[in-house]
Write a protein that binds this ligand. Structure first.
Ligand code: R5P
Length: 293
């Protein structure tokens, strides 16, 4: 019970010592509110400034993709090694144990599949992201595609709603078949997504010129893995992306379709958080893969 009288006198005012005002480690995020920064600090490791997101939201447009047929069997063993889980609300509720306590980049846009016209999407109500404790809301943004205007509207709608409640938005650069994934296009797309207010942008790696894409994007970029590559090549791509300014990987198929997914995600972590060179990361992959159970 608080007392009005008889309390120890307050005297440690630190007169003359300026109050500490911490900066914030993430690019372009210094002026965000506390809740946003808290969520971003769960997604990105404040020590390395980077993240390894495990993407397994493919089913919402592709159905039971290879490696995701039984997510309870293939994805749950990977969860402990991910910094953040990128998934749909279906997968989250169906297979992710809430006790895993991992930050979630929730896929909140949907509307079409690979059988029709991709990116003809709408976005979920903000209440669902609050209910599911999302740390990022992920939406497709089809710059240069048929649904460019619609998906930019979706993005701004999400950002407005997220800004009201402190949930940051991840703009996903959806590259249509007709577009070339070069530095010119990716630079334009990522910049447009960031300037529309996205707090994080997800895009693809390109060579040459990725360092320009990353430099001209005023918020952190995370890089998708794309189609399955041999493990050493995927690690090489991750290394180059990080070395040239990406703040993390948002990898799916190159992890869960790897010969040994648990080893692969740890090798990707080595690249992202410990600056391992591709060969060293591949050695780590082999060592974990060959360990006796
Ligand atoms: C893209 O928007 C998908 O939803 C995936 O999250 C993304 O492509 C990352 O997965 P992957 O590394 O398999 O490309």
């Amino acid at each position: 019970m608080a007392e009005a009288a008889g309390n120890q006198e307050a005297k440690d005012y630190g007169i003359g010592v300026p109050q500490k005002t911490e900066g914030f480690f993430l690019k372009g995020s210094g002026h965000l509110d506390w809740g946003m920064k808290d969520r971003l600090s769960r997604v990105f490791n404040p020590k390395s400034g980077r993240t390894v997101m495990l993407a397994f939201d493919h089913g919402y447009i592709m159905g039971p993709t290879s490696g995701l047929e039984r997510m309870d069997l293939t994805i749950t063993p990977l969860i402990p090694y991910a910094d953040c889980l990128m998934c749909t609300r279906g997968a989250l509720r169906q297979i992710v144990p809430p006790t895993s306590n991992k930050p979630v980049a929730l896929r909140v846009s949907a509307g079409s599949t690979i059988l029709t016209d991709l990116n003809d999407e709408c976005v979920m109500d903000i209440e669902e992201s609050i209910r599911l404790n999302a740390c990022l809301m992920a939406a497709m943004v089809a710059i240069g595609g048929k649904f460019e205007a619609l998906t930019i509207r979706n993005l701004t709608q999400l950002i407005d709603a997220g800004n009201r409640v402190g949930i940051p938005t991840l703009g996903v650069n959806a590259v249509g078949k007709e577009l070339v994934r070069d530095a010119r296009y990716l630079g334009l797309a990522t910049r447009v997504i960031a300037e529309n207010g996205a707090h994080v942008v997800k895009t693809y790696y390109c060579s040459p010129g990725f360092e320009k894409v990353a430099a001209a994007c005023p918020v952190p970029i995370v890089v998708a893995g794309g189609k399955k590559l041999p493990e050493l090549e995927a690690l090489q791509m991750a290394y180059e992306a990080i070395d040239q300014g990406a703040a993390g990987m948002d990898m799916g198929r190159n992890v869960f379709q790897a010969e040994h997914p648990v080893a692969m995600i740890q090798a990707v972590r080595g690249v992202v958080h410990d600056n391992l060179k591709p060969k060293a990361a591949f050695d780590l992959y082999q060592t974990i893969k060959n360990k006796k159970k």
